[in-house]
Design a binder for this molecule. Structure first.
Ligand SMILES: [Zn+2]
Length: 386
């Protein structure tokens, strides 16, 4: 009898222990559930939120109910390290669409120290890229902020010093995209060819820009000219040594593919250009001659870094586009530091018709950038070298 009583007692104790364990586990499991529920999340939301890490949940517990939280944490752009910012700023600014705040915080150029300034502008504007760039870079300038200036600022090649020119150009060309306004003004198209021109900035050395807005003096002759002869030239030509060395490398590599690239003219003196241009004018008139020949002083050939090219058959310029040499150069010249200086579809920027034969040496780094970004030297120079 006594033995049996003891057995029942043991069973009861065991049962009690089991109940306590189950109860503790239930409490532990439901802890999140309870806290989230207390904050105001519904069971569906809780189900989603419970998939988050403990750390994330602890962050969420610090804040009031956030009706956008589920959208935020289930977005593919959600960054758990910024959860505090999402919570804080979407709750504080419920007059702003949470998505705008979310996107600002996720932006690649987002700087946490500027967040309050971004948010202030978000109340008035939608242009997130523009706001970020403005606050990060131009806040201390005198830019009058409106949707037009923000759209201009957002553009990759925006130059703050040109803002007034962009705005003027925009007033006259409202049909154009902002990107195109930037391209045109950076290339000086709001000015007149030859009329609004300046002396080329020779302090830029091998990067000097010569075009219809920038000219060389009559007596300018580059240093370090070398003769191009033999298999590298049709007759004879001259180039500045660094351009020559890289041209030789390029021609030698092309030869490995059975292609022959030769120079017809490299450096041209002011006087030579003068004779050339005047002869063209006699035949074609000024207007036509200007599309393919530079006025004296305005020819890049006078710099000594440009070369007109042909092949083994000495094809005429107009036919060079159809040669295998051209096809090779198009995708390889930049590897040797040369750019096609007057590309197709950029005639309105360069002021010259498409010249498949005219290459300019600018070094590998710049040539590669220009090739990969499909911009002209005018655009590159304005943004990176001016
Ligand atoms: Zn040329």
């Amino acid at each position: 009898m006594k033995k049996r009583k003891l057995k029942i007692k043991n069973i009861l104790i065991l049962l009690l222990i089991v109940i306590i364990i189950i109860f503790t586990l239930l409490v532990l499991f439901n802890k999140n559930n309870n806290t989230l529920e207390k904050i105001g999340y519904n069971s569906l939301e809780i189900q989603e939120l419970e998939k988050l890490s403990k750390e994330e949940l602890n962050t969420i517990y610090k804040y009031d109910y956030n009706s956008n939280l589920i959208y935020i944490v289930s977005s593919e752009n959600y960054n758990k390290d910024r959860l505090d910012l999402y919570m804080d700023y979407t709750l504080k600014n419920n007059d702003i669409d949470y998505l705008k705040i979310f996107n600002i915080i996720n932006h690649e150029n987002f700087k946490e120290e500027n967040i309050d300034k971004y948010i202030t502008h978000l109340k008035k504007f939608d242009n997130i890229d523009g706001i970020i760039k403005y606050v990060n870079e131009y806040e201390n300038s005198n830019v009058k902020l409106n949707s037009t200036t923000l759209s201009l600022i957002k553009e990759k090649y925006f130059i703050i010093d040109f803002l007034d020119r962009y705005l003027n150009y925009y007033e006259k060309h409202k049909d154009l995209e902002y990107k195109e306004i930037i391209t045109r003004v950076n290339s000086n198209l709001d000015y007149q060819f030859y009329t609004d021109s300046n002396k080329s900035d020779l302090t830029k050395e091998m990067y000097t820009l010569v075009n219809k807005y920038n000219y060389l003096n009559k007596d300018y002759v580059p240093d370090n000219l070398v003769n191009v002869t033999g298999m590298y030239a049709r007759d004879k030509a001259e180039l500045v040594n660094v351009a020559y060395d890289n041209f030789v490398k390029m021609a030698d590599d092309a030869r490995k593919s059975n292609l022959t690239i030769k120079i017809t003219t490299g450096y041209r003196s002011y006087n030579f250009q003068s004779t050339l241009y005047n002869n063209y004018v006699k035949v074609d008139g000024v207007k036509n001659a200007d599309t393919y020949s530079a006025r004296p002083g305005y020819s890049e050939h006078q710099l000594g870094y440009s070369a007109d090219l042909t092949n083994a058959k000495n094809v005429a310029f107009d036919d060079f586009e159809n040669t295998d040499e051209y096809k090779w150069l198009k995708d390889n010249a930049h590897k040797y530091g040369f750019i096609m200086r007057y590309p197709k579809a950029k005639e309105y920027i360069t002021g010259y018709m498409f010249e498949s034969w005219h290459y300019r040496y600018v070094g590998i780094e710049i040539a590669t950038y220009i090739y990969e970004n499909n911009i002209t030297y005018e655009e590159y120079y304005a943004y990176f070298l001016r």
